[in-house]
Ligand binder design. Structure first.
Ligand SMILES: Cc1cc2nc3c(=O)[nH]c(=O)nc-3n(C[C@H](O)[C@H](O)[C@H](O)COP(=O)(O)OP(=O)(O)OC[C@H]3O[C@@H](n4cnc5c(N)ncnc54)[C@H](O)[C@@H]3O)c2cc1C
Length: 394
């Protein structure tokens, strides 16, 4: 026999997107429940690297750029307020990013990137190879002190506006904050079933419990397609696996928190304040197979250890994988779902879900409250999925 609960807002999916929406609703004094199939924040949201790419709202043209800029602003604010509310430091830091190129092709694409930064008025400055050794000796030990053969860095650019959060700590802070603000949190829910009438959702039934609300938010990452499919709503999604290798550098003599994120092409090193360094990430379309593979991790490690002489066999710790929620056109799905008055979807953020989580939460709650969101959500409208060709994604 099922029990039933009536709560104004029901969220299905407890990753960074679902938890951020819950937090925003709770801050506005709205009753809310989050239903999570597994454990809160343990999928892509935990697996990600937490890079917050630089943004500039003043020069933003596309709504995507507006969403990025707004998120940046909120990350700084949320980090402080979460610390006050929960005592948890989510590791937000404006650590800056280094963009390096070792091949002619990389030099060309980095040069292209600087043109884009110029147009968007995102601050950057060239850094010489000698300066790398001088400013960040733990990441870039000078060649004579390194036993490895390293390919020369031909071009490197410093972007001070790049930031990071430690996503496991951020998720922990969101979970504690939601509990403190009275959010009903259910983990391990099975078989979520959306019950609809013609124009609205009436309830979400899970094994043993039925949740009835006024608004429903679906934020189940790459699984959102399967969640809404039984209701005849198309939401084509592509899980995109990413693998990460973890190292730890002994902190000797260098103050914590002063290392930049290092980007080379699509790969990066993300040093945390405590000496951990994440090397990521692969981009693989292998369905819902969420596991590490020896070949990909070996390749990632060869790249990381070739870039920074501080990383080697003896300080490699472990690896993991996560599934990014991809869409068929690269834009997230943010908006009303399936022509239903009280149903909203927020997913498909692909490589930027941690970065975009704060603004996503604010615009989605504004939308549900009948306010005009600060970002034009037209490019993110989930109803565009009706026009996709199945060959575009599967
Ligand atoms: C290796 C890697 C590196 C990344 N690096 C970055 C980065 O540096 N910066 C950045 O911004 N982003 C990064 N990302 C992307 C980012 O992690 C994702 O975009 C983001 O975590 C997506 O959040 P989500 O809440 O939509 O999805 P998820 O974290 O997948 O959460 C969805 C939740 O829904 C639950 N769920 C699924 N089905 C149901 C159901 N039927 N009922 C109830 N619950 C359900 C799942 O169990 C899960 O907990 C990275 C991702 C990976 C994998």
């Amino acid at each position: 026999m099922s029990t039933s609960s009536s709560i104004e807002n029901i969220i299905v999916g407890g990753g960074v997107i679902g938890l951020s929406i819950a937090y925003e609703l709770a801050k506005r004094g709205r009753p809310v429940a989050v239903l999570e199939k597994d454990r809160f924040g343990r999928k892509a949201s935990w697996a990600g690297a937490g890079i917050l790419a630089p943004a500039n709202g003043a020069t933003a043209n596309h709504p995507q750029e507006h969403l990025e800029a707004l998120s940046h602003q909120f990350h700084e604010q949320w980090s402080s307020e979460l610390k006050v509310l929960t005592g948890i430091d989510n590791g937000y830091q404006r650590c800056g990013g280094l963009y390096v190129a070792r091949t002619a092709g990389e030099v060309a694409s980095l040069t292209g990137l600087t043109v884009e930064w110029q147009q968007r008025e995102i601050l950057f400055e060239p850094v010489s190879e000698m300066e790398l050794y001088r400013r960040w000796p733990l990441l870039f030990p000078a060649p004579e002190s390194s036993s490895n053969e390293h390919q020369m860095i031909r071009k490197s650019i410093w972007v001070p506006g790049e930031s990071q959060i430690s996503n496991p700590h951020h998720l922990e802070a969101l979970i504690v904050a939601c509990r403190k603000l009275g959010v009903v949190m259910r983990e391990g829910v099975q078989k979520a079933e959306i019950k609809c009438s013609k124009s609205k959702v009436n309830s979400v039934a899970v094994a043993g419990e039925v949740f009835m609300g006024e608004n429903y938010f679906f934020a189940a990452g790459p699984w959102t397609e399967q969640l809404v499919a039984p209701n005849g709503i198309p939401l084509p999604m592509q899980p995109v696996r990413g693998q990460i290798a973890l190292y730890r550098i002994a902190l000797v003599g260098e103050p914590a928190g002063c290392w930049p994120i290092v980007n080379e092409g699509s790969r990066y090193l993300v040093p945390r304040r405590d000496g951990h360094v994440l090397a990521g990430a692969t981009i693989e379309e292998v369905g819902f197979e969420c596991r590490t593979t020896d070949d990909e991790i070996a390749e990632l490690r060869t790249w990381a250890e070739g870039l920074s002489a501080a990383l080697h066999e003896s300080n490699y710790l472990k690896s993991w994988a996560g599934l990014r929620p991809g869409t068929y056109d690269g834009f997230a799905y943010l908006g009303r779902l399936g022509g239903l008055d009280n149903a909203f979807v927020a997913t498909g953020h692909f490589k930027g879900g941690l970065q975009l989580s704060t603004a996503t939460a604010v615009v989605m709650v504004d939308l549900a409250e009948g306010k005009t969101p600060a970002v034009d959500l037209a490019p993110f409208d989930p109803s565009r999925a009706q026009h996709y060709q199945s060959t575009d994604i599967k």
